[in-house]
Write a protein that binds this ligand. Structure first.
Ligand SMILES: [Fe+2]
Ligand SMILES: [Fe+2]
Length: 171
């Protein structure tokens, strides 16, 4: 097995975080769908798909490296939000948490002299820059719009529509 056991353990924990983010983003998308804000809903459905891709990259990496991926159960998720700003702030907080987790994974791979994993993880390091930036921009836009959510819908349609750079799968 190329990957070190401590790294495998931490990556399996990260697989749970990524699947949790997948389901949490679906819950946020559903909230926006119920608020009749289809662009925001679509944005979060697409984010949810991306999180599945993040989880599956770890799954396939572990398999290739001869380690066993664990497909986890998920913790309780938030399904209720007091406002669009609340939902997006929650999403941003989650991305910041995931960024810290990825950094911690890199630190573990360093400590274990696991250069294979260290190299693999660099993709996530850069992906998190984009994730935090996107969510920060969306939160700022909601604040600028001052309650005019149709302006936010327009912004999302123009900037984060399916197939645009911010939305494109990273690979
Ligand atoms: Fe992710
Ligand atoms: Fe993410």
């Amino acid at each position: 097995m190329i990957v070190k056991p401590k790294v495998v353990e931490a990556m399996n924990a990260q697989i749970q975080s990524e699947f949790t983010a997948m389901a949490q983003y679906t819950a946020i998308a559903v909230y926006f769908d119920m608020e009749a804000l289809p662009e925001l809903a679509g944005f979060f459905y697409r984010q949810s798909d991306e999180e599945r891709m993040h989880a599956m990259k770890f799954v396939h990496f572990l398999l290739e490296a001869g380690a066993k991926p664990i497909i986890p159960g998920l913790p309780e998720l938030r399904n209720d939000f007091s406002s669009p700003e609340d939902a997006v702030q929650f999403a941003l907080d989650q991305e910041i948490k995931v960024t810290n987790q990825i950094n911690n994974l890199v630190a573990i791979s360093n400590r274990e002299n696991d250069y294979t994993s260290h190299n693999f993880l660099q993709w996530y390091v850069m992906e998190q820059v984009e994730e935090v930036d996107t969510m920060t921009t969306l939160l700022q836009t909601i604040k600028h719009a001052g309650g005019s959510l149709l302006l936010v819908e327009d912004f999302v349609r123009r900037n984060f529509a399916a197939g645009t750079a911010a939305d494109a799968p990273a690979e």
